[in-house]
Design a protein around this ligand. Structure first.
Ligand code: MG
Length: 261
């Protein structure tokens, strides 16, 4: 009978000990005075959050150069004649866009529902109808073109709307033009992580190995026209800036800024 009482007594002792250590421990605080994070009203079902810059809301492509080349109907835009590039330039961003390859399947491999979203005009996340469509893996949908395939193929069938949610961290260059920090990219395709903070090897090219070339801290986003009528809708971006904190003098020799913008 002894064991019947032993176990609860032991549990009580452990609980009391945990409670004691919780009660009398000193709370650790970093001492950093953080700025208050701004309030953002989230969107519903992929719609733009309150602080987003809307690049296409289904009505017009006035936020894009060469936007007049594309066809707008029924709340979406169809790629046509040329690529388009955002008039506004961006560095680190979150991008949301929705795309659909043609419902009628034509062509094979890279010729089937090909488009692409280029960050800073030179780093392409491939858009392709990769639903049961063989091509080179580092050229299929959601690949970083000729740098890495997606982790998995999350492509929906031809004609179906698909989402890309992309976090892009721009590369940085020093004054001499040398790469100081590579670019990084995370991609969710239809809600599935397909690029997990991939370190980019440079610009994405069809006829050259990837390499970096110095460019401005902010550049346009481009959408490719590759001969196929790919549809787009609901395109918005959010500029990403680090939240800033200050470590006050009593904690450090001088005020120290944490997470410099
Ligand atoms: Mg492409």
């Amino acid at each position: 009978m002894r064991n019947r009482f032993y176990a609860p007594a032991l549990l009580l002792a452990i609980s009391l000990s945990a409670l004691t250590s919780t009660t009398f421990a000193d709370e650790w605080k970093s001492g950093i005075k953080w700025e208050e994070p701004k309030v953002v009203v989230p969107g519903e079902n992929g719609s733009a959050p309150s602080d987003a810059i809307v690049l296409f809301d289904g009505k017009d492509l006035s936020a894009w150069n060469q936007g007049e080349n594309w066809i707008i109907e029924d709340g979406y835009a169809i790629s046509n004649k040329s690529g388009i590039e955002s008039k506004q330039k961006f560095g680190d961003i979150q991008l949301h866009l929705e795309w659909a390859s043609p419902a009628e399947v034509k062509g094979t491999g890279q010729g089937r529902g090909n488009s692409g979203v280029y960050f800073m005009g030179r780093y392409e996340v491939q858009i392709l109808d990769s639903y049961k469509n063989a091509t080179y893996f580092d050229g299929q949908a959601a690949s970083i073109y000729k740098q890495t395939p997606p982790l998995v193929n999350a492509t929906r069938g031809p004609g179906k709307w698909q989402t890309y949610d992309i976090i892009f961290n721009a590369p940085k260059f020093d004054d001499a033009g040398k790469l100081a920090q590579p670019g990084f990219i995370t991609v969710l395709h239809n809600g599935v992580v397909v690029q997990n903070q991939f370190q980019m090897l440079g610009g994405t090219f069809w006829d050259q190995p990837p390499h970096y070339q110095k460019h401005a801290a902010k550049e346009s986003i481009s959408l490719q026209f590759h001969g196929n009528p790919v549809r787009f809708r609901n395109i918005w971006v959010r500029e990403l800036k680090p939240v800033v904190g200050v470590l006050p003098k009593e904690e450090a020799k001088t005020d120290a800024v944490v997470n410099k913008p």
